[in-house]
Design a protein around this ligand. Structure first.
Ligand code: ADP
Ligand code: G3P
Length: 514
């Protein structure tokens, strides 16, 4: 039977998605399932790894069934995933020893402060390309080893395994036969030396993480293993592509040449610029990261990570209950001409690039008696565009490249108001492609290249097609005035949580309990 499709598994922060693509790179069918977000304490975020596996394998089977496609018709599976989120499991039972600690979780801010106090910041930046922040996996692994009873002893005996979500999915898809990750995911752990392309012994020692827990790091496009017979009714489908979701989106947007960039608007918002084989260090608060390993080499990217983008729209919906659905935000935002001076800074989990402030918290400023629901909704959408401008400016400074246009993708780019405001506040056109599921598309392309479903990046690049361009349409004076207001609002949100005060309170509470 002809193998006419690629199946992409896109394991995101709020949902697991499975998408079937055909040879033209067009979507045949999508299945999606949201899963539980666990917030045990303020600033902490967890997922249940078994629920992640259950929803992801469930939608994979569901999408095939809904499309009437037999597993045997699938040429390969590509995996893409929320990055940094950390799972530690028992090698023998395959069971996680703790919930997955999600990339947004701030619980390890104190461990990061200790690393900084020990003077490790510049070593970590130079060798991993990252800033010291609770965002990345390294300190999360340490936290699990330090806080789960018996974990450290088991880890030292070689009985525990660590993985990001890609590794966890491959382990389960192959029923414990394969423990791997790819270069793009490894580069998000703060444990991987992106210059020497190996796990960094000095950082592992510092955090007390045994090397035996770590997955093997492989290219982003090759056959890592085959699905176990039980997952897809007897079929053994090659798992042939892995990339972190933001790098996968860069690949799906066909940003193959240095200087090409994209911005993905999902739960967070992530702008990546391809820098080719050159590792460009950032002087402006961006990350240097591995884009992918392909064709026998590794290519790098500069990244601006914004922690809260679409998640702020979910906050309007679920917590403030100002809207019934994310889509409604567009309607309400356009019922007013502007925000009436209101700014929302959605620093719910601190601020990422370019500020890197683990202690910032969300704020609404500029409220007057006339401020209403529509102004707050509009200001929330606008905050996504302002954060993108912060990052774009840093990227232009670091790369010395002025962007002529911005390629966008992800769930929130369906919002035309947001896209128009984005173009206005950047002063450059915003290009929305026909396929906005570029994360899954990128994973599909990587898998398809490995099995010869597509022949080359050049063949793939021809498939990129534009849906709509949003031209900048705001005077420079207005743009700069609005942006200056945003910068002021960000200042108000910064360093809100004070580490010392929190520690003192925790200690006092612990003493009282005794
Ligand atoms: N029309 C819209 N306007 C604004 N935000 C939207 C819209 N549609 C979806 N979103 C936001 O986009 C996010 C979903 O995008 P998606 O790419 O699926 O994210 P993820 O992969 O991070 O789960 C949600 O946070 C949602 O609030
Ligand atoms: O789940 P997403 O699409 O918001 O992506 C999360 C990022 O990978 C976090 O680094």
């Amino acid at each position: 039977m002809d193998k006419r499709y690629i199946l992409a598994l896109d394991q995101g922060t709020t949902s697991s998605r499975a998408i079937i693509f055909d040879h033209d790179g067009k979507i045949v069918k999508v299945a999606q399932k949201e899963f539980t977000q666990i917030y045990p304490k303020a600033g902490w975020v967890e997922h249940d790894p078994m629920e992640i596996w259950g929803t992801q394998s469930g939608v994979a089977r569901e999408v095939l069934e809904a499309a009437g496609i037999r597993p045997e018709e699938v040429a390969a599976i590509g995996i893409t995933n929320q990055r940094e989120t950390t799972v530690v499991w028992d090698k023998n039972t395959g069971k996680p020893i703790y919930n997955a600690i999600v990339w947004q979780c701030r619980r390890t801010a104190g461990i990061c402060d200790e690393l900084k106090e020990k003077g490790l910041e510049s070593y970590i930046r130079e060798n991993t390309g990252l800033v010291v922040d609770a965002y990345f996996s390294g300190t999360k692994v340490k936290w699990i080893l330090d806080n789960v009873e018996g974990a450290r002893e088991k880890a030292e005996k070689g009985e525990l395994l660590f993985g990001n979500i890609d590794t966890w999915l491959v382990w389960n898809l192959t029923r414990g036969k394969v423990h791997v990750t790819d270069y793009s995911n490894a580069s998000r752990t703060m444990l991987y030396n992106i210059k020497e392309l190996k796990w960094d012994e000095k950082i592992l020692d510092e955090l007390g993480i045994p090397a035996s827990m770590l997955p093997e790091v492989r290219p982003s496009s090759e056959v890592y293993g085959y699905t176990d017979e039980k997952t897809f009714g007897g079929a053994r489908i090659p798992i042939a592509g892995i990339a972190g979701d933001q790098q996968a989106a860069l690949f799906g947007q066909t940003c193959y040449k240095p200087g090409m960039a994209k911005n993905t608007y999902g739960t967070g918002c992530f702008m990546l610029m391809n820098t080719g084989e050159e590792m460009v260090p950032s002087k402006n608060g961006l990350l240097t990261t591995i884009a992918w390993g392909l064709d026998g080499k590794v290519e790098y990217a500069l990244e601006g990570s914004i922690f809260v983008a679409g998640a702020s729209v979910q906050w309007l919906r679920d917590e403030l209950r100002l809207i019934d659905s994310a889509k409604d935000s567009e309607y309400f935002a356009t019922q007013v001409e502007d925000t009436n001076g209101v700014y929302v800074v959605p620093a719910f989990v601190g601020l990422g690039a370019p500020y890197w402030d683990m202690y910032a918290r969300g704020t609404i400023v500029g409220l007057t008696r006339g401020a209403n629901r529509n102004h707050i909704i509009r200001a929330t959408l606008e905050s996504i565009a302002y954060q993108t401008r912060d990052v774009l400016e840093a990227m232009q400074e670091d790369s010395k490249i002025e962007l002529k246009a911005l390629k966008v993708d992800g769930g929130a780019v369906a919002n035309n108001f947001l896209m128009q405001f984005q173009a206005d506040i950047l002063g450059v056109p915003v290009d929305r492609p026909e396929v906005i599921e570029t994360t899954a598309l990128g994973a599909a392309y990587l898998a398809g290249l490995a099995v010869g479903f597509w022949s080359s990046k050049e063949e793939i690049a021809k498939k990129w097609a534009i849906d709509r361009t949003f031209e900048a349409n705001m005077s420079e004076a207005k743009r700069e005035k609005l942006y200056a207001g945003w910068k002021k609002a960000v200042d108000r949100a910064r360093m809100w949580e004070e580490a010392e005060v929190n520690e003192a309170c925790d200690e006092a509470a612990a003493a009282e309990e005794k």
